[in-house]
Design a protein around this ligand. Sequence first.
Ligand code: BES
Ligand code: MN
Length: 460
Amino acid sequence: MQPVLAYLKKHQPRFVDELCEYVRFPSVSAQVNHRPDLQACAEWLLNNCRQIGLEARLLPTAGNPVVIARTPRHRSNGTQRPHFLIYGHYDVQPPEPFELWKSPPFEPRIQGRSLFARGSTDNKGQHLAHLKAVEAYLKSGTELPCDLTFLIEGEEEVGSKNLAPFLKAHRAELDCDAIVISDTGMPAPNCPALTYALRGIAAFEITLQGPARDLHSGIFGGTVDNPAMALAQLLAKLRDKNGRVAVPGFYDDVEPLSAYERRQLRRFPLKEKEYRKFLGVPKLFGERGFTPVEQRSARPTLEINGLTSGYQGEGSKTIIPAWARAKITCRLVPNQRPERIASLLRAHLRKLCPPTVRLEIEEGHGAKPYLVSPNGHQTQAALRALQAAFGTQPVLMREGGSIPIVNDFKQILHADTLLLGLALPDDNAHSPNEKFNLDCFAKGQLMSAYLWRELSKPEA
Ligand code: BES
Ligand code: MN
C-alpha cells in the first residue's frame, strides 16, 4: 500500500492538471449541438485510461459512446478474484445562465482548494479520483487484490436511456461483485459519507396550445383563453398548502418511514437557519409533518423545472401567447414506480385541463428509487475505506438526487451499488459556479486506494 500512497502524493499536481483538461470539454448531453464535444471528451478519457495502463475501448450506443476500461487480467492460475465495476458519467448539465458564472464554465479556475468548472464535481472530478487511484496501483507496480472495470457513460444527465440495453449486451463482461459510484454528496470536507438510498425520478413536458398564433391582446383579449394563465392555474392545483402533491393516488405506493429510520435521520439534523441562508430563501417550505432532512431525501416531490410562454425579451409586448409549456419532474421514493406516476399525472391533468386549450403531455426519462441495507459486509468494507482515507468516522445518508442506472445494475447485473460521494453541499452541482474541492479529490483517491483492499477481504 505504501508505494500507492507515495505515488498519489507525488503526482497530485499533475492529477489536478488532468482534471483541468478534462473539464474543458463542454460535454453537455442535453444539447444536440454538443454531440461532437461529447465524442471528443470520451476520446480524451479513453486516452487517459490507456496511458495509465488500462485496457480501454470506446463503445458506441444509440446515443453518446461508453468508455469501458479494465485492469489487465494476466493471471492464468484459474483463481477467481473479486471483480468490481466503477461507474461514472462524463456528460454534464447545461451551464446556462452564463452571466452568473464568475469565470467561463469550461475554463477551469482554481481558487484556494476549489476548482471551478461545469462538471468538476458532477461528475468528472469524482470518477477521475478513482482512475488516479488505480493508476497509482498500476504505475507503482502494486498488485491489485481484485479486478476492476470502469464504465463511464455520456448520458446520465439525460436519464441514461441507452445504458440498460448496453448492460444487457455486455452482461458477461460486466458481471461483478458490486458497483462503486462516487456521484453523491458528503456533508463537509471532514465528514465522509456513504449513501444507501437515492430518489427515483419521472420527467414530463406539458404544453397548452391556445390560438393558432400569438394574438394582439387588445384586439382579441377577453374572447379567448390565455394558455399561460390556464397553465398557471393548472400547475397551481398540483400542490396543496401543506406541501403535498395533489395528484390522486400519488402517495399510494409510498413505503412509510419506519420509526427506526426516522430516528436515524434525526441524528444529523439540518441547521435550519444556516440552510435557509445558504439557499437564499426567506422561509423554508416542505411537506408538513416531516423534517427537512426527510423532505429532501425520503419523501416524494413534484417540481416545476422550467416554465415558458409568451414574450421573454426586453420591454413589453402585448400578446396572448399561442402556447405555454412547463417542464416537470417528480422525485420518487420506495416503492413508487415512474410509469405509475406518469399515468396518474396524465389522467389528472386531462381531468383538470379546461376545454379552451389543447393539452399535450410528453413523457421524459424515468428511474426507480434505490434503497439498500447499510448493514451488508460490502458496505462495512466501504465504511472502513472512508474512515482510513478521511481519518474520521463516515456517516450514512439518504440522498434526494437520482442516478438512473443503479436499479438496472441490480436487475441486470444482480449487484448492489456502493455510493461513496465526494461532492460538498456548496459545490453548486447543476448551478452556476460549480466547483470541486481538491482535498475531496485527493481524499477520494485515497479512499479508492483503500477500498479495493477492504472490499477484497473475504467475508468475515
Ligand atoms: N450526481 C447526481 C445525482 C445526485 C446528486 C445524487 C446529489 C445524490 C445527491 C447526478 O449526476 C444527477 O444529477 N442526476 C440527475 C438524473 C436525472 C437527470 C435523470 C438528477 O438527479 O437530477
Ligand atoms: Mn448531475
